[in-house]
Design a binder for this molecule. Structure first.
Ligand code: G
Ligand code: G
Ligand code: MN
Length: 393
């Protein structure tokens, strides 16, 4: 009887190194919520990863010995993006508040000491409206149009290396919206744009910004250089846009930049007739199309049947779980073999350390990208503080 009732209570994960506070919260809120407490941020993240689907909210203290609350909540947002996050803090400075919103993407920040009544109300509010503070409404495509028109849109580049000797072979261009990203995550900004005409404007601007820095890219990454640009299936469904893209490919080839396009696998438009027709056209023109985020959504395997892709990019989540999860590890190994049989190249994203890089090398991955080699950087800052000198030995 009691167990059944418990199953319908919201599950709250609370992390704080103050055991007294944890036990007091368990005592006072235990009748309304299923409170799971942990005094270690590290073990709490492990627990969260294993229980994502049953957690309704996460609360973290700001000052903790193993990692601060903002870092903890940032990682929690990667593990469980839809679960609302609350930060508890002894002193809420403007700086930590800003960090909490931008990096921790919290829905509320509460000052300590906090009363059980306030905590209960906050939990109930957050669970019914799990948006970050300052982002009470979602970003609209028009705000993105505005940002692009005001030049509040910039690019960063993440280098890509050969798996054989870690030499640089090219890079991926990613959009950044310095102003909008104060209030929304990049994921939300792209999400609001990817099926709207503004995505064409975004891609077109990325190509202009790229052309402007062609010389810097050659100095940093070599010449000629292969640069991949994320392109929404919405854009590729439009023949006029595809003609425009083809013209830009030719313009940039003259500047010794060979463009490639990354197409995310999760958008259902990748299966549409218009997309497929235009993708074939691009392939005939010698343009490389890569399946992005391979292994995340539902379309991955099906897309391997199409013969206009020239390569796949293994999703960074998949790559990061490879060392600990047998299933992900086997999936990566299998994918490399199948892709090569089909004549596709394999690029691994999210390579964060040498152990992962070596394993991917063993599996026969062709190219790699990830924080181990370099974070995405502005063209001027490329390879300034990064491990460009990593050796395979
Ligand atoms: O950098 P990261 O958080 O940096 O980028 C997140 C995701 O946002 C990328 O994987 C990519 O799918 C998407 N993205 C970033 N920039 C662009 C862009 O210019 N166009 C499109 N369509 N997607 C982008
Ligand atoms: O287009 P796509 O979703 O694949 O873009 C790559 C995303 O992965 C970007 O958000 C980029 O910032 C992020 N990224 C790049 N390298 C790493 C890495 O080593 N680890 C993690 N966690 N993310 C990475
Ligand atoms: Mn990408």
């Amino acid at each position: 009887m009691q167990n059944t009732a418990l199953a319908f209570q919201p599950t709250i994960l609370m992390v704080d190194d103050d055991e007294m506070l944890l036990s007091s919260v368990r005592r006072t809120l235990g009748s309304s919520f299923h409170i799971v407490t942990n005094s270690s941020a590290v073990t709490a993240l492990d627990w969260l990863a294993k229980n994502v689907s049953t957690v309704d909210a996460v609360i973290a203290d700001l000052m903790m010995p193993e990692m601060d609350g903002i870092e903890f909540l940032h990682r929690a947002s990667e593990i469980a993006p839809a679960v609302p996050r609350i930060l508890l803090s002894g002193n809420v400075s403007f700086l930590s508040l800003r960090e909490a919103i931008n990096r921790g993407m919290v829905s509320r920040v509460l000052a300590k000491p906090v009363s059980p009544a306030i905590l209960r109300d906050t939990l109930n509010d957050s669970m019914s409206c799990p948006l970050p503070c300052g982002a009470r409404h979602k970003v609209s495509a028009l705000e993105v149009v505005d940002a692009i028109e005001k030049n509040h849109h910039s690019i960063v580049v993440q280098p890509r290396v050969s798996a054989k000797d870690f030499s640089i072979v090219g890079g991926e261009v990613l959009s950044r919206f310095p102003d909008l990203q104060q209030r929304f995550s990049l994921e939300d900004i792209i999400g609001a744009s990817e099926d709207h005409p503004v995505i064409n404007q975004m891609t077109s601007n990325v190509l202009n910004l790229l052309e402007d820095v062609a010389d810097t890219l050659h100095a940093k990454l070599g010449m000629p250089v292969r640069i991949s640009v994320n392109c929404s299936p919405y854009s590729l469904g439009n023949m006029d846009f595809v003609q425009f893209l083809m013209q830009r490919v030719i313009d940039l080839r003259r500047k010794h930049i060979e463009l490639e396009f990354e197409i995310t696998e999760h958008n259902p438009k990748v299966l549409s007739e218009a997309f497929i027709r235009n993708a074939r056209f691009l392939k005939e023109q010698g343009v490389q199309l890569l399946i992005d985020d391979f292994g995340t959504g539902n379309n991955s395997i099906q897309l391997l049947r199409h013969n206009f892709y020239t390569g796949i990019k293994l999703d960074h989540g998949l790559v990061s779980r490879m060392m600990t999860e047998t299933l992900d590890n086997s999936f990566v190994e299998w994918t490399v073999q199948i892709a090569h049989k089909l004549g596709l190249s394999v690029i691994a994203e999210g390579v964060e350390d040498l152990a992962v890089a070596k394993r991917l090398q063993k599996y026969g991955v062709d190219e790699m990208q990830g924080y181990y080699f370099s974070r995405p950087e502005t063209p001027e800052n490329l390879l300034m503080n990064n491990i460009a000198d990593v050796a395979t030995s």
